[in-house]
Ligand binder design. Sequence first.
Ligand code: ZN
Length: 500
Amino acid sequence: MSTTAYGALNARLAELKDLDAIGGLLAWDQQTMMPALGGAVRAEQMATLAGIAHQRATDPQLGRLIEAAESEVANGSPDDRMTGTVRLARRQWEHSQRVPADLEEALARASALGFDSWVEARAASDFTAFLPSLERMIDLKRRYIDCFDGRPYDILLDDYEEGMTADEVSRIFDRLKAGLVPLIARVRERADAIDDSCLTGDFPADKQKQLMEQIAGKVGFAPGSWRLDPTAHPFAQSLGTTDIRLTTRYNEHDLAMALFGTIHECGHGLYEEGVAADLERTILAGGCSSALHESQSRMWENQFGRSRDFWQYAFPMVRDIFQDQFNQLDAETVYRAANKVMPSLIRVEADEVTYPLHIILRFEIEKELFEGDLQPADLPDVWNAKMRDSLGIDVPNVADGVLQDVHWSEGLFGYFPTYALGTVLAAQIWQRVRTDIPDIENQIATGEWLPLREWAREHLHRFGSTYSPQDTIVRVVGGPIDPNPFLAYVTAKVDALYGV
Ligand code: ZN
């Protein structure tokens, strides 16, 4: 095989994949292990690596190999993997041809420095301390947008959700808003129907860690293939299908944050781990798109972790570790608490119903930043006004307001919509799971969690990025992204819980 252009291309792509994983490792280390003063030199290391990766990715020899492999594939009888490989290699090639090396390096450096600046500014709740690095990042992103043709927000989106457009996102978000706003109003009248106080109290981090490792150890990772570490803004990183780095954060007064956060990151990790082993180090290894990735994390977090069946099984595990808090309670009480609908400040702590409104707010702000005339300095005011408008919440400080998310510090503009798209997809996927595994509820309630992972692996994970995001979505749910199953799912759940 190595005598063919296709074989030689794969060898090149494997090196690029390695460089990408090394960058991922540097980023993981920065956010979990690195001592506080390591940031400046780390930024240079990441910029150097980005420069080397860019040089390799734009090497004319690679371009020739892609062309030769394309004609081999066109003239042969290619399997889906070959077609997918040349498709994605061509896409990445065109992409790196357009972005100059100095801009790639500047973006990598600004991302590492921006992250450090965000951590400090958020700890001090000081937006002006963060503003210079944010402005620098937005300038660089504008330069980046100028490298491509098309509408600015579509260009940003395309990096995370290939083929998705701002107009399509708007159409989906309008339907979400129309369904969720009246539902939230109905619940507001019955806000006292659910008491969630059992999830707040005294939860020492070391005991939480014990619980999270038990749960993560049970969702289906191969032993020895994963680890879990604390961080400021949780994420999952994969260095390969057998090296999954999960992160979480512990709030010693609130169990829900680490609990649902950890299950969420497990969903991401399972997707990366579930990619077929023989795709390792290929361009196709790894989740297909950000929305598809988020469909997995949200499905595990919500349809699984916020289900009555999960709590039936998990309640004794939780009670054994936190006896004082849970000895007098039962699974149903915690299930209800875990599903309380309450407009709140923080996106990652939001319930399933109000969550999409947090995303819609960020989408509107990002569009205004890159397509309108919103100035970065005005972000706190605009943020606060929108929080009041859409969620009825007064923002007490920037740390819990505009500085709550890490994304903008690292230049991840256009990423937020994929969270809500993934949430919507999770409900579509869950419909299929329930049809294919009629016994799924009972399985979850009895601690038999592997069939769910197996289903996801069989229908989604193992393909990695073999197919385009749109094709993958159609393959797994039978049609395009559709908010109706999500709206039906949350409405039925909330109406039952609140006795509407
Ligand atoms: Zn996620």
